[in-house]
Structure formats: structure tokens, C-alpha cells
Ligand binder design. Structure first.
Ligand SMILES: Cc1ncc(COP(=O)(O)O)c(C=O)c1O
Length: 424
């Protein structure tokens, strides 16, 4: 039985056991360009900004062909030449499958767009039910490689769940802090997957301050968004995967639910690396940062033409994943949005709720609220002419809709009473 089951899934194993020449050359401060040594533990650069991993892209270009890639198993590790893990024994995997692109043909037609104009990249299929698995599988694998024994992070829920899962698998202790109103399912899954989790009476950046302060006092490694260099490398695979799924092309527009922005920054990096290795040309999608009207620091900064986005006070939205009042990678998000000719857009909670209901009802697809925000933003942008009906757009559904509290259905049927069949 076991042998048969393993024979059914040889594919994933093949990526994990293959030789993995790494092409990492160094790390680089995203703000000053200063070089840092690879393969040592780092948080932010001396300038207090995120560090980015740099590769010998000419070497990758010579080593990797599209045909070779096409023969590999369909998971995140297929892009190993563009990933930082050097030794296969450091990989801590739970099966990070390639996520599908799901069209919304009925809704597209209703909006007067081409039937395949709207594609949803469904990240809810990943381990722990969200795209946070991509970033955390990489951060934890690298932490294991570099001998980390204790990791800590602030989270709005999904990132903590992914960290707990992978760190437990790697035998690394984990301490996690989340805002007190974080969805119950997230807090429970974090605890069940072996982490110490605390609810904090504040927002994610307040939790982040506790993690920062504990670095000295407890000695844990801070794995906050963009405060270590490897989560972004994992998130980058969304861009690599998307381009490959579209036949080494990019869509016209990407709508991304933006909190800390790792995914948006990661995809922007992915497209540059793919161009450098000759897999795509110079065309880029317009990157659209979608935020909630109750927490829209990027939209405000984008509208004012600013480089940085100051803290958003009194942040509130039902899309808890994008309730991030201040992002350490703010300038990288804004830069990608501007360079791509995209924009930042805010949608209010009632539009998010309506979008979630519409996509579920019409297409049988239950998005998470953050994913629903991207559909609401697309509708808004279509209506005000910022995207066209013939644009091919990709919306990111970053988590499964099943992770969120759903409304109780009140309709009942009493089986002891005669049934009124006319009601069906
Ligand atoms: C479902 C969901 N969507 C979007 C985000 C925002 O992601 P990022 O930090 O890459 O902007 C999060 C982050 O918690 C999330 O959980």
C-alpha cells in the first residue's frame, strides 16, 4: 500500500532529491545596494531596509532551459536554480504544488470582457491553505540550513500558520504574536501545529515591536515580513509559476491584495530574473496594489506621489490579511507599482463582501476576503476605465475561503412535520 502510494507521487520527490547547484552570489540592501555575504543569518540591512538575494543569472541562463524545466515535477522546487536552498537535506516540504489559474467566464461575460479575461490564481491549494506557505517553506528551510533554533513572528494569521507548520517539521521552536481579533481558525491552527501563540491587544505592527524587542532578550530569530531575506524568494515563485503557466508570457494586469507586499515585490523580482535568463521579454504586467479602504497606506502614498507610506491609524477591515498599517517594504511596493504603470486602489468592506458573494454564487468559487478584494478592485477599475475589457488580468486569491468565519445558514426543515414541497 505504502509503495503504491509512493509510486503515485514520485514527481514531488524528484524535485527534492535532485542535485541543486545554487547560483546565489550575495545579498543586497534594497535601498542602498550595499553587498552582504550569503549563507549567514541576516535581518534588515544597516540602513534598516530589506535585503534581497542576488544570483549569478548568467550561470542560470547557461544551466537551465525551458525544456529541462518542463520535465520537472509540478511544484515550487522546480525553480531550484533561482532559489537559495543549497542542500536538499535542508528542505522542509509539505508538498508545495503549483496552483491553478481558474477563469471566471460567466462574470467576465457579464462585465463585457472576454470569457478568459479574468484568471484567478488560487493559492488556497497550498499547505496550510494560503500562499504564506511559499515564503515560509523557504525561510524555514534556510533557517534550518543556518542553524536557527527559535523563530518568532507577528502575524495576521496565515503567515503564523505556515511558520508553525514548517518550523515544527524542522524541529525549530516557534513563538507567534497576533492581533487579538485574528480569526479563531488561524490561532487554533498555529497552536495545534506546535507553536506558542499569543493574542496581543494591538495590530500586527504592535506585535512586530514585541518580536523585535525579544531578539535581544530571548534570542529568537525575527522572521517578520521582509525582515529576513528568504520569504520573498519563496513568494517570488508566484511570478515564476504564473509566467510559465501562461506559456512564458505575462498577463496585462495583476491585482494583488497588498499588506506587507512581499508577493508583489517578489513577483516583480521574478519577472526581472526571468528576463535576465532569457525566458521572457521586457513586457511587464501592470501591478495593481489592492488595499481595503479602512487600511490603505499604499493607496494614499501612491496618490500623493510619495516614496514611503506612513502608518495608517485606526486600521480596520474584514480582510484581516491586508490589515497592515505600515510596511517595511513600502518603497519597493510603490516602486514596482509605478515602474509597471500600475496603480494602487482601495475597496471598502461592503464591496469586498459583495464580491465574495458574487464570485461564490455565480462561479462556485469561494474566495478569501483578500481575494474578493481583488475582484472588487477589478470591477471598480473596469468601471472607471483604468483597465480595459480586453485586458487579460490575474487576480490573486491568497488563501482558501474556508479559513474565514462564514455566515450561519438559518434555513431549517422540521422532518417531523409534513413537508411543503412547493417551496423547493
Ligand atoms: C490571505 C492574505 N492575502 C493577502 C495578504 C497580504 O500579503 P502580503 O504581505 O504579501 O502583502 C495576506 C497576509 O497576511 C493574507 O493572509
Amino acid at each position: 500500500m505504502t509503495t503504491a502510494a509512493r509510486r503515485d507521487f514520485p514527481a514531488h520527490d524528484a524535485n527534492l532529491t535532485a542535485d541543486r547547484p545554487s547560483f546565489v552570489t550575495h545579498l543586497e540592501c534594497s535601498y542602498t545596494g550595499e553587498r552582504y555575504e550569503a549563507d549567514t543569518l541576516h535581518n534588515l540591512s544597516k540602513a534598516g531596509k530589506p535585503l534581497l538575494v542576488r544570483y549569478d543569472l548568467d550561470g542560470v541562463r547557461r544551466a537551465l532551459s525551458k525544456d529541462e524545466l518542463a520535465r520537472r515535477p509540478a511544484d515550487l522546487w522546480r525553480y531550484r536554480e533561482l532559489l537559495p536552498v543549497r542542500r536538499k537535506e535542508d528542505i522542509v516540504s509539505l508538498g508545495e504544488a503549483v496552483t491553478p489559474l481558474i477563469p471566471l467566464p460567466k462574470l467576465a461575460r457579464g462585465l463585457g470582457a472576454d470569457p478568459d479575461a479574468i484568471l484567478v490564481k488560487d493559492e488556497g491549494r497550498l499547505p496550510t491553505g494560503s500562499f504564506k506557505a511559499r515564503g515560509l517553506v523557504m525561510a524555514v528551510s534556510m533557517a534550518k540550513a543556518l542553524g536557527v533554533r527559535h523563530m518568532a513572528m507577528p502575524t495576521n494569521g496565515n503567515a503564523g500558520a505556515a511558520l508553525a507548520a514548517y518550523a515544527t517539521r524542522a524541529g525549530i521552536r516557534t513563538t507567534i504574536f497576533c492581533p487579538e481579533d485574528t480569526p479563531e481558525v488561524n490561532v487554533s491552527e498555529i497552536a495545534l501545529q506546535g507553536a506558542d501563540v499569543y493574542r496581543v491587544n494591538g495590530l500586527i505592527d504592535d506585535c512586530g515591536k514585541i518580536v523585535g524587542a525579544g531578539k535581544e532578550k530571548v534570542g529568537w530569530f525575527d522572521v517578520s515580513t521582509l525582515k529576513e531575506p528568504y520569504r520573498i524568494e519563496g513568494k517570488k515563485t508566484m511570478g515564476l509559476e504564473l509566467a510559465e503557466q501562461l506559456g512564458w508570457d505575462v498577463p496585462d494586469v495583476i491585482f494583488y491584495p497588498t499588506g506587507g507586499g512581499t508577493g508583489l515585490i517578489g513577483m516583480w523580482k521574478a519577472f526581472a530574473e526571468l528576463e535576465a535568463i532569457g525566458f521572457i521579454g521586457s513586457k511587464r504586467p501592470r501591478m495593481v496594489a489592492v488595499q481595503a479602504a479602512g487600511c490603505a497606506p499604499m493607496v494614499r502614498a501612491w496618490e500623493k506621489g510619495e516614496e514611503h507610506a506612513p502608518r495608517w491609524e485606526d486600521a480596520h477591515t474584514i480582510a484581516s490579511g491586508i490589515r497592515v498599517p505600515q510596511a517595511v517594504g513600502d518603497f519597493l511596493i510603490l516602486r514596482a507599482v509605478r515602474e509597471s504603470g500600475g496603480f494602487a486602489i482601495a475597496v471598502d468592506d461592503s464591496a469586498i463582501q459583495a464580491a465574495l458573494g458574487e464570485v461564490a454564487r455565480e462561479e462556485g468559487f469561494l474566495l478569501c476576503p483578500e481575494g474578493a478584494a481583488t475582484y472588487a478592485a477589478y470591477r471598480q477599475a473596469l468601471a472607471d476605465g483604468r483597465v480595459g475589457r480586453s485586458d487579460r488580468v490575474v487576480l490573486f486569491n491568497c488563501a482558501t475561503g474556508l479559513k474565514y468565519p462564514l455566515p450561519r445558514v438559518e434555513r431549517t426543515l422540521d422532518r417531523h412535520h409534513p413537508i411543503d414541497w412547493s417551496r423547493f
